[in-house]
Design a protein around this ligand. Structure first.
Ligand code: ADP
Length: 422
């Protein structure tokens, strides 16, 4: 078997799928594993994306899991390591982007890496070190209200510097525009100045394609999924529009949404406006050990409706409502309670015959995929940038599953997704 070209560690499950999607479209054969596999790689692929759920763990646990993933990827012969985080740089001053980056740098014995969440196809651009989401700065995009990782500063040099002992610098758009040689030269200068991590500007896919060759010799890259589009060419692979084939879709259809992002709120509203059945879970109703009973009620509601098309179960709420629940339960407790309930709903829906499942929310997707016992995903056609359909083989024939990161997807995503499969 060929040695692995690119070994990727993603800090959440939707992000892993987003990265795998970009690598597949740029010509790589990719498998996404859920967690660190126990056995060596069986498939002949160019890249493996190990999907962790480490974004909001205590930093020490995130480091531990990331290093385990690194060890496994190195054992499969990975020539370069890619640490993938969210295109909105989801983190807090405690981490986990900074601490995990440092730990991977130490383990790989490298004094320098880059960091850029840029993903222009999804409106995430970095200019002079400032991250934009669409037309506004990150901290005006709704991300300042994120339940777990509120992003209140768009200056990534500052955000990253708060999370790492290494000095943080910038490779700005002027340098990126000049191409490979200029970027390499800038890296040399930054290194000589003692900079360990450089934020990199990118406002277009052309920027990402220009930086790809300049990063060829770096043992570690840290980024959103965007940088991935320029890497397969370093290994002699050409972009391929031919999305990988998945087995034909079967079974019933459902959406489970635990994301409270602006885009997801819009998608829930759109689905309801279509007249499709939708049921909200109120986090407060899950308290005091009532979660199991609520899940049973939800499944009893959904099961007869599934025959007539997709149903939606959601905890998605506007920022004010989320804040109220968090004040009542605590941020972590509210998140865990909702994730646990939605994961149980997802499991129940699959047991009721759902074989086409859309999950909205990074953390929510992680919880659902774990509850479904999925170990590996094959990456298929893209629904919207960053969100492909995937196929997970199971003992009952397999589930098509789409893991949608909070802010991704058009307003009609929850209905459109199923038409992509047919
Ligand atoms: P995104 O991809 O939008 O960041 P995530 O699923 O990663 O979505 O994060 C959303 C978090 O908010 C999860 O931990 C989820 O359980 C929690 N959550 C979902 N609904 C609510 C709610 N109504 N109130 C409080 N927390 C919620």
């Amino acid at each position: 078997m060929n040695a692995l070209k690119l070994g990727c560690i993603a800090d959440d499950f939707t992000g892993a799928t987003d990265l795998a999607n970009n690598l597949v479209r740029a010509g790589m054969r990719v498998v996404q594993t859920i967690g660190v596999p126990a056995a060596p790689l069986a498939a002949e692929v160019d890249a493996v994306v190990v999907a962790l759920k480490s974004r909001t763990l205590p930093a020490a646990e995130a480091i531990d899991q990331s290093l385990q993933a690194l060890t496994w990827l190195q054992a499969q012969g990975a020539q370069q390591i890619y640490f993938k985080y969210c295109s909105t740089f989801d983190s807090t001053p405690e981490g986990n982007i900074g601490p995990v980056t440092e730990a991977l740098m130490d383990a790989l014995h490298t004094d320098f890496t880059i960091a850029t969440p840029a993903f222009p196809d999804n409106g995430r651009t970095v200019f002079k070190g400032y991250l934009f989401a669409g037309h506004v700065l990150l901290n005006e995009s709704g991300m300042q209200n994120h339940p777990l990782t509120p992003m209140t500063d768009a200056n990534l040099v500052r955000v990253m510097q708060a999370q790492t002992k290494r000095q943080v610098g910038l490779i700005d758009h002027k340098t990126v525009a000049l191409g490979e040689a200029a970027i390499r030269e800038r890296i040399q200068t930054l290194r000589a100045d003692g900079v360990g991590v450089a934020i990199v500007d990118a406002t277009s896919n052309d920027d990402l394609l220009r930086m790809g060759p300049a990063f060829k010799d770096l043992p570690l890259l840290t980024a959103g999924s965007g940088v991935a589009i320029g890497l397969p060419a370093n290994f002699g692979l050409q972009p391929s529009l031919q999305a990988s084939q998945l087995p034909p879709a079967r079974g019933l259809q459902a959406v489970v949404s635990g994301s409270c992002s602006v885009a997801t709120n819009g998608q829930v509203a759109h689905f309801k406006a279509l007249g499709r059945p939708a049921l909200a879970i109120n986090p407060a109703s899950l308290m005091h050990g009532h979660s199991d009973a609520v899940v049973q009620q939800v499944l009893a509601w959904a099961t007869p409706l599934l025959q007539d098309g997709p149903v939606l179960v959601y905890s998605t709420a506007e920022p004010e409502a989320v804040k109220q629940v968090q004040a009542q339960l605590g941020v972590a407790e509210a998140g865990a309670l909702v994730e646990h309930a939605l994961a149980a709903v997802a499991r129940g829906l699959v047991q009721a015959g759902v074989q086409q499942l859309v999950v909205a929310g990074g953390e929510t997707s992680g919880a659902c995929v774990q509850a479904l016992g999925i170990a590996q995903l094959q990456i298929g056609p893209q629904i919207d940038p960053g969100v492909p359909w995937c196929f997970a083989p199971t003992s009952t024939g397999g589930v098509h599953i789409a893991l949608k990161s909070g802010n991704f997807g058009t307003a009609d995503f929850f209905s459109k997704a199923f038409t992509v499969l047919t």
